[in-house]
Design a protein around this ligand. Structure first.
Ligand SMILES: Cc1cc2nc3c(=O)[nH]c(=O)nc-3n(C[C@H](O)[C@H](O)[C@H](O)COP(=O)(O)O)c2cc1C
Length: 197
């Protein structure tokens, strides 16, 4: 493998999620760095250059407000049997470690040139570009999704239009180097590959 091939494989394999517990309390990212992450996201491929990605960036007080809203929606939409009190209470602490939240939205192509799933796939490529950029910028984070993200209440809070799809919340902060990182593994790709000759 040549050096360039080794480098790209290294970047891809060391890309990782850093969850809220792995972010430094009070850590702040410059808005300019977040702009660069989004610039990298926007170089994702898209069929016919539809570029369906759209971002809402929350920072400062908006981060705290966001977690308050998430907490309330979680309570409203979660069936009693699935409700976890510790998860509910944890929303109160998250804002302390989170600098910015990028709401990633797949905005439906107004001309509907391609199936909706293609808009989503291209936005997912943009998400991967953000992931790949994090380490180099000294930023940690992960994509957060789930029932609250997809709820009508969250759609309302985010003022989404009818055809917009919320892809997830990219939670960003400064990595806390004192926390131990988990061992990351993958199922060998050969087990997921069929060669047809
Ligand atoms: C579409 C998508 C949705 C995800 N949703 C969540 C989530 O709701 N909560 C969470 O803790 N992690 C979420 N993640 C991050 C995964 O937990 C993470 O990618 C996985 O554990 C593998 O870790 P790695 O990113 O370090 O390789 C999501 C990732 C993707 C791509």
């Amino acid at each position: 493998m040549n050096v360039e091939a080794q480098k790209i494989s290294h970047w891809i394999k060391t890309r990782k999620s850093t969850f809220v517990s792995g972010l430094k309390e009070g850590g702040k990212i410059d808005d300019a760095a977040v702009e660069l992450l989004l610039e990298n996201a926007s170089w994702a491929p898209s069929h016919g250059l539809v570029q369906a990605w759209h971002f809402k960036v929350l920072t400062g007080e908006a981060v705290k407000r966001f977690f308050e809203v998430q907490k309330e929606i979680y309570k409203t939409i979660t069936a009693r049997a699935r409700f976890k009190q510790h998860k509910y209470e944890a929303y109160d602490e998250k804002w302390k470690r989170v600098s910015h939240i990028v709401v990633v939205i797949a905005k439906r192509d107004p001309h509907k040139r391609f199936p909706k799933q293609e808009d989503l796939v291209s936005v997912a490529c943009g998400v991967q570009n953000i992931y790949l950029s994090l380490d180099a910028f000294g930023i940690g984070g992960y994509l957060s999704t789930g029932d609250v993200c997809y709820s009508p209440q969250m759609r309302k809070f985010l003022e989404l239009e009818r055809e917009d799809e919320p892809v997830g919340f990219f939670i960003l902060g400064i990595p806390d180097k004192t926390t131990t990182s988990v061992t990351r593994t993958r199922i060998p790709v050969a087990e997921k590959t069929q060669w047809i000759k």
